[in-house]
Design a binder for this molecule. Structure first.
Ligand code: HEM
Length: 678
């Protein structure tokens, strides 16, 4: 983080929350929570890169700071003290009795002022006033007014909003023992059970100890090959889009790419959602959508007995869960048989060529766990690793659309380091600029934008006590866009993190002002995996294609789900990139030149491979040269054969998951409606 001129003002603002102890909007009912800016796209903000006015523009921000500085929002103490002050002054002039009362009032006034200074700034209002925009947007506006910690109250419900690196560090690291996942565990129970994300206490400790070793160095290296294969496989779809001249919803595309990748990585299942739809894919999306729906619904109506039988969406959800669970049980059984058959010694970096998945590691480890716990683990990893990475790729590509010079810089790096080769782990040391671009996109669009915790014990943040039982939101969005931490926080600037040969920015290098993967003991276990995945996909796609926003489609807006979604897709026109003086290898040739990645359980890929056995020698050459790997064969064949394109609209099994934007009702619980922290 670099120093900047607005920092001084921001720092002053951070020092004064106690002076804002009263809601500045309260005095003017009509102004309560009135948006300082609008979240929806407006004429001025339709230009990509202006962030659609989703956050206050520089001028608006400065005006707000000026107004705060002028004292307009400032309440310097206790209202009771202020109201009794004229009386006290009048009484003080009276001899004897009057003066005695004035002295008592003065003493009371001192106590009232001291109490007021200890009270956390509080924003009160009607929950309806923040409906209709992604919840992290009003939270940002309130942060600019109330500062680094404030209480947001709706009737009897209240939440503590944290937007300060030191406080975030206290919650996530120093005092992590004092916090649980709270609301998040309640919402995700139906799908993740006691998986790592919602679990707390001993179960979390045991599962973290079991799962983390599965993502060892050799595993991640082998996954990097698979990322390349999957990205290449998806180019058949993009080639069709190029030929058709239509645009494609890249949010949908990335969602499918990420699903294909995480399926293979976690349980060696090939969804192949990039080229087809089937009931399992539909079921996974139904479950994902339900998780997001529950995280933004005002009332936990699904807990009412009988609702799952009566409400159609809940019935569909139950059916989808049944399909997903049956599929997972099948994969677990298959894996158990494989472990019995194979004669492999289990060791620290256990990795099977036939099935390099996390599931295989967990089963082979001999850990005595129930199938239910195993299913919870798999489902958790599937959800954690899917939406997040897809969203990072979506918003990175979106940011690049308005920064062609950055795209060109990526290409220079990729052309030099990779050419048409698929990346290996070793390449990451050289793809430093591309990595910074992803780091910067994760700053502007953190996934999830808010982390959720519940205090198990009282905790203290400077003078403010947060009592046990309080629900806290750490607003990563606010941290990542804080004017006191970042120079021109709204600007997409991959160079802000300093020289390229410096460390890759993370929560430690940025002292908890940057939390793309959280921090402390509950930090993301898939951070490297995810960064490599995004890097491979971005590098390989930008090497091969030009992407331009389709301006005939609705402007891109944001909506909240578990991650930040677009409101109506990221529609882009795609062209093959002109590669002057360079020659582009066919996908089959690239696959042939890539070290073998074994992929065992792949019904869809196997089907594609066998059905396209006559699709050309390129395909079989790819298969042979990679030791008969069915996935390689399928990837190569896919380029030669005709494959149906995925739906490019946000319907069906597509990723309109976040469409249920914070549909918060009046006066009811806010729920964790700001992006659910995974
Ligand atoms: C770019 C992609 C990703 C992003 C931005 C991301 C972000 C995060 C964040 C911010 C947390 C911390 C949540 C909290 O403290 O409440 C987290 C936790 C977690 N992530 Fe990721 N994640 C990504 C990819 C992945 C992948 C690929 C996997 C698995 C292969 C994964 C598995 C997990 C798990 C299991 C946790 C919970 C850890 C625990 O509570 O002990 N994530 N992730």
């Amino acid at each position: 983080m670099q120093q900047n001129p607005t920092r001084a003002l921001g720092a002053r603002l951070q020092q004064q929350p106690q002076r804002l102890a009263r809601c500045p909007f309260r005095s003017s009912i009509g102004q309560r929570f009135r948006p300082i800016v609008h979240a929806g796209p407006s004429e001025e903000n339709q230009e990509p890169g202006k962030l659609f006015g989703l956050i206050p523009s520089r001028t608006k921000g400065e005006n707000l700071f000026e107004r705060i500085e002028s004292g307009e929002f400032t309440d310097t103490g206790s209202t009771k003290e202020k109201m009794t002050r004229p009386l006290r002054q009048a009484l003080a002039k009276e001899p004897l009795f009057g003066r005695a009362v004035a002295r008592t009032l003065a003493e009371l006034g001192r106590r009232w002022r001291a109490d007021a200074a200890k009270r956390m700034p509080e924003a009160r209002g009607d929950i309806r006033e923040i409906v209709g925009q992604p919840v992290f947007v009003p939270l940002y506006k309130l942060f600019l007014v109330y500062g680094k910690i404030f209480r947001l109250s709706f009737g009897p419900k209240s939440f503590v909003i944290i937007s300060d690196p030191a406080y975030a560090k206290q919650i996530l690291m120093t005092n992590a023992d004092k916090y649980s996942k709270g609301l998040l565990s309640e919402i995700l129970d139906f799908v993740m059970g006691t998986g790592l994300i919602p679990a707390d206490g001993e179960i979390w400790r045991a599962r973290r100890r079991a799962v983390v070793p599965a993502l060892h160095r050799k595993y991640v290296a082998s996954m990097v090959h698979m990322f390349g294969d999957c990205t290449l496989h998806g180019t058949s779809t993009l080639d069709r889009v190029v030929a058709s001249g239509e645009s494609i919803d890249m949010e949908n595309y990335f969602s499918r790419l990420a699903l294909d990748i995480i399926g293979k990585a976690v349980f060696n299942y090939d969804f192949d959602s990039l080229t087809h739809d089937d009931p399992v894919i539909q079921a996974v999306y139904t479950v994902l959508r339900e998780a997001e729906h529950r995280s933004t619904a005002p009332l936990a109506y699904w807990n009412i007995p009988g609702v799952s039988m009566v409400v159609p969406r809940q019935r569909r959800c139950q059916e989808a869960l049944r399909i997903v669970n049956t599929t997972l049980d099948g994969l677990i059984d298959k894996c158990k048989k494989l472990v019995e058959e194979e004669d492999m010694e289990f060791g620290e970096e256990f990795l099977s060529d036939r099935d390099p998945s996390i599931l295989h590691f967990l089963v082979a480890s001999g850990d005595e766990i129930s199938s239910k716990q195993l299913r919870d683990d798999l489902m958790t990893l599937l959800i954690a690793g899917h939406e997040t990475t897809a969203a990072v790729l979506t918003w990175t590509l979106y940011s690049l659309a308005s920064h062609p010079e950055v795209t060109e810089a990526i290409r220079r790096e990729v052309d030099e380091v990779l050419g048409d080769r698929t990346p290996t782990v070793e390449d990451f040391k050289s793809l430093r600029f591309t990595t910074r671009v992803i780091n910067e996109a994760m700053r502007l669009y953190p996934q999830p934008p808010v982390l959720i915790r519940r205090a198990l014990q009282d905790d203290k943040f400077d003078q403010y006590v947060v009592p046990a039982g309080s629900d806290l939101f750490i607003s990563v969005w606010n941290l990542h866009r804080s004017p006191s931490l970042w120079d021109e926080p709204e600007r997409f600037n991959p160079e802000r993190f300093g020289p390229l040969d410096g460390p890759i920015p993370n929560e430690i290098t940025e002292n908890f002002g940057y939390l793309p993967f959280g921090g402390g003991r509950r930090k993301c276990i898939g951070d490297q995996f995810a960064l490599f995945e995004a890097l491979v996909a971005l590098a390989m796609l930008l090497r091969r294609y030009d992407f331009v926003l389709d301006t005939s489609k609705p402007p891109v807006g944001m909506t909240t789900g578990a991650t930040i979604h677009t409101t109506a897709g990221l529609h882009m026109r795609v062209k093959k990139r002109d590669l002057p003086g360079s020659h582009r290898q066919s996908a089959a040739a690239v696959v042939a030149a890539t070290p073998a990645y074994a992929f065992a359980y792949s019904p869809a890929a196997a089907a594609t491979a066998s059905s396209s056995a006559t699709a050309g020698s390129a395909a079989s050459a790819g298969a042979t040269s990679t030791g008969g790997c069915p996935f390689h064969a399928a990837a190569a064949a896919a380029t030669a054969a005709t494959i149906p394109a995925p739906a490019t609209t946000a319907g069906g099994a597509s990723i309109a998951i976040g469409a249920a934007t914070a549909t918060l009702g009046s006066g009811v619980s806010l729920g964790p409606s700001s992006g659910v922290g995974v």
